[in-house]
Ligand binder design. Structure first.
Ligand SMILES: [Zn+2]
Length: 234
């Protein structure tokens, strides 16, 4: 698949592994050959926990808990760690350090690819984001890391391969909407039933007043039917 992936595209876990070059074992992955990757997945009992701001261009991602060990038997009760026991940075620390470096030195933000789990083995590509900020927040009596990620429309090659995607249509579809649409469309192209090359499509484009937050305005299309549709609109 190389650089062909576009925002909203639906891929299998195997395709995601091929794309990032390794099998991902955790949500936060700073040191990957192709740059950092964040995985989003819906937590049980929290169907609306996506934090999407600025009309779908900004994502707030929460850091990871300490791994469950004898010294940390209840990860949800302790602060999220910046350092490992030996002193090296955790994934929280690595991402936080990069965001701090951007803020204090004015260097170009690190670019992060974000994937979201739709169901076991099925992932959606949420896009390439700039990591622009991080802070520590209080959450039920403990400290958690927060990371602010801004959609990077101009990332080389990734969205440029689909000229029909304009900046105005390039919005994050909330996870709960993706889940609803996946269920409703049975994980197939709505026009032809194809299982492959799928992605989430805005029925009415964002730039024409269509919403990203309503399952009624989102559908699954295969690559062929997506192209046909955009040819007609343009
Ligand atoms: Zn189709």
């Amino acid at each position: 698949m190389g650089g062909e992936i576009i925002q909203g595209q639906i891929i299998s876990y195997t395709e995601m592994t091929a794309l990032v070059g390794v099998s991902l074992q955790q949500g936060m992955n700073f040191r990957l050959p192709g740059g950092p990757v964040l995985l989003m997945s819906r937590r049980p009992n929290a169907p609306y926990d996506d934090q999407i701001e600025d009309e779908g261009r900004v994502l707030i991602y929460e850091g990871h808990d300490c791994p469950t060990t004898s010294s940390c038997p209840d990860p949800k009760k302790v602060d999220q760690p910046r350092n490992n026991l030996g002193g090296s940075l955790t994934q929280n620390g690595l991402f936080a350090e990069a965001a701090e470096h951007h803020k204090s030195q004015g260097v170009r933000p690190v670019q992060v690819r974000v994937f979201e789990k739709i169901r076991p083995g099925i992932w959606a590509f949420n896009g390439v984001f700039d990591l622009v900020d991080s802070w520590v927040a209080d959450s039920n009596g403990r400290k958690v890391f927060k990371f602010k990620l801004q959609l990077n429309h101009w990332n080389a090659g990734l969205v440029a391969s689909d000229p029909s995607l304009t900046e105005e249509d390039d919005r994050i579809i909330p996870g709960w909407v993706k889940f609803e649409v996946w269920k409703r469309d049975h994980g197939r192209c709505r026009k032809c039933g194809a299982h492959n090359g799928l992605h989430f499509d805005h029925i009415i484009p964002y730039s024409k007043g269509g919403s990203s937050k309503s399952p009624e305005n989102i559908q699954i299309l295969c690559a062929k039917h997506n192209l046909e549709k955009h040819d007609k609109i343009d």
